[in-house]
Design a protein around this ligand. Structure first.
Ligand code: C2E
Ligand code: CA
Ligand code: CA
Ligand code: CA
Length: 280
């Protein structure tokens, strides 16, 4: 058993070394990506199913890698977080997304009343770059700021002492807060009591299978009711087919994001999507 334990130890050490060197090369590559401007933004439409209009869009980061093509964010965001690169990258995302959104408003593609949603990692919240970006944006018209959402995850509330002030700062600057991946994290319902959220995003883990799974159906219905009673917007995520959409509508869900309507789109394609919606 001892021998086996030793082997296992060697195995773990080797794996850790591989993991560490992969991480370093990924870090090097991410630094290059920042320098070369290899990131770009996509926009996934969010639809109000009662009116058929665009409610807004979520900004999703993409990395255009010279060899590997489009690299999904789940593979590199953890490294951006662990290296602190997430600070400057988020700063870039916020400034770019908002300036693009303003161009669309000015060009008449987007209405001021439509929403823009930006993801925040917990690591970003207290980051000086993030605060600086928010302060720079203070001069945006109030009407625009109140349609800009920052999406946070429940994991943030593991450390509520430090984060509540940071969240209040976002609200004081005039922006909105959305709870991403609702129901998948730690603190469940208590933050709804302690913190003024403007929007809940119900994770696809619950919506994906409501047609077949009565437990998912019950949870989804309960969250829809809760959002209505609290007068908080609710966006159902990961809606891929018409059956799920029809079911959600029947349950009183108004706002939908998912492949059924559209995948995340590059800016030119998103602009076309908006034009197309208007002509419907
Ligand atoms: P998320 O914030 O939960 O974003 C939703 C993810 O679900 C996106 O994946 C989106 O493309 C995908 N999705 C949307 N509709 C559907 C659908 O109908 N079916 C399925 N199966 N998936 C759908 P994506 O773009 O790969 O992003 C993955 C995660 O990476 C995001 O999850 C978020 O946690 C993180 N992320 C992406 N962009 C950013 C960013 O700019 N900043 C930060 N901090 N995190 C980001
Ligand atoms: Ca999100
Ligand atoms: Ca989500
Ligand atoms: Ca997610």
């Amino acid at each position: 058993a001892k021998q086996q334990g030793g082997n296992r130890y060697a195995f773990f050490t080797r794996n850790l070394q591989v993991a560490a060197s992969l991480r370093i090369s990924l870090e090097t590559e991410l630094n290059k990506a920042i320098a070369n401007n290899d990131f770009f933004l996509t926009y996934q439409p969010q639809i109000n199913v009662q009116t058929g209009d665009l409610y807004g869009a979520e900004v999703l980061l993409r990395w255009n890698h010279a060899e590997h093509g489009e690299v999904p964010p789940t593979t590199f965001i953890p490294t951006l977080e662990s290296t602190g690169l997430i600070g400057p990258v988020t700063d870039w995302i916020i400034r770019n997304a908002i300036s693009q959104w303003q161009q669309w408003i000015q060009a008449g593609h987007i209405k001021t009343s439509q929403h823009l949603s930006i993801n925040l990692s917990p690591k970003t919240l207290g980051h000086p770059d993030f605060k600086a970006a928010l302060l720079d944006l203070r001069t945006l018209p109030t009407e625009q700021k109140k349609r800009i959402h920052f999406e946070i995850t429940e994991n943030l509330f593991i450390d509520p002492e430090n984060n509540i002030d940071n969240l209040k700062f976002i609200k004081e600057c005039g922006f909105q807060l959305s709870m991403d991946d609702f129901g998948t994290g730690y603190s469940c319902l208590s933050y709804l009591k302690h913190f003024p959220l403007d929007c809940i995003k119900l994770d696809c883990e619950f919506t994906r299978d409501i047609i077949n799974n009565p437990v998912d159906l019950a949870i989804t219905q309960a969250v829809i009711n809760l959002s209505q009673d609290l007068h908080i917007d609710l966006i159902a995520e990961g809606v891929e087919n018409e059956q799920t959409l029809t079911q959600l509508k029947a349950m009183g869900c108004k706002l939908i994001q998912g492949y059924f309507y559209s995948k995340p789109l590059k800016s030119s394609a998103f602009q076309e999507y908006c034009q197309h919606l208007k002509s419907c």
